[in-house]
Design a binder for this molecule. Sequence first.
Ligand SMILES: [Zn+2]
Length: 333
Amino acid sequence: MNQAVETLKTLMQVYGPSGHEEQIAGVIEEMVRPYVDEVYRDALGSVIAVKRCGGKKVMLAGHMDQIGYIVTHIDENGFLRVANVGGVTPQWELFHAVRFENGVRGIVGFETKHEDYRTLKTDHLFIDIGAESYEEARSMVNVGDMCIFEAPVIETEKRLTGPYLDDRIGCAMIIEALKKLENCKYDVYAAFTVQEEVGCRGGHTTAFGIEPDIGVACDITPSPDTPETTKICSVKVGCGPAIKVKDGHLIAHPVVRRWMEDSAEAANIPVQNEVLAFGGTDAGDIALSRAGVKAGTLSIATRFGHSVAETVSIRDYEQCIDLLVSMLQRDYE
Ligand SMILES: [Zn+2]
């Protein structure tokens, strides 16, 4: 059994949409506690795990929150109407299952009068939770409740597929790196952040509180390496950890990139450069914290991002863990 994969599979199935990360925060705290000196939460709910080995402060960030839907309205027949939490594409969610914090489950349906899928909007969707009236639905959920998508996690020889690799894989990488870490050269602040999917809010507050010397976000990046796909990014699944050069919110600091490259070389890990035309991660907010922080992102190439079948290479994931360990054993300048 691959322990790193088991950790990731566990994290992928815990409830935690943006702003409601309580359950996943509890699971991560318990997982990480044996490997660090201190664990605390900030006011917004981000978990910060500190391992003190002396030296400069390195902040690692993985976001705990998930995309999903929030109930805006319950109709007279007991169907729920919803709005997005984060970047959800309506066409991709049709007929998928959802789960609320209290365990209520439903299926995403749509108004079939909209025959053109291309123009389908979230307004045209509803969630069927099996209620037969407003009153029955109201006894199960309330306006303002959030649901996440439920789908199987599938492990094959080379790949792992499922919902919420974004960004439970970043959280898992950090936890697994802390487990393996020996001869660390830094005070490591591992931040498991809230509300990234709605604007990197936990990254913003944790960076301010930690005041790091250098910061690295661990997150997924789209991998347009499938047939007839627009090349919005340059990375490929299976070609090793990706070192972000630029996205919509960040130009990675050259010191961080060099630190990653040198650490990869020392550990004999193949890496690829990533340039993404849009989007962003917590690193963008870490970089702009206080008077500025040297920041970068360790990305993992991911197919079908923000769908229920996000797909990564297991070897890429293991190499990301090893790269983090190698970085923490090496001076960044
Ligand atoms: Zn993410």
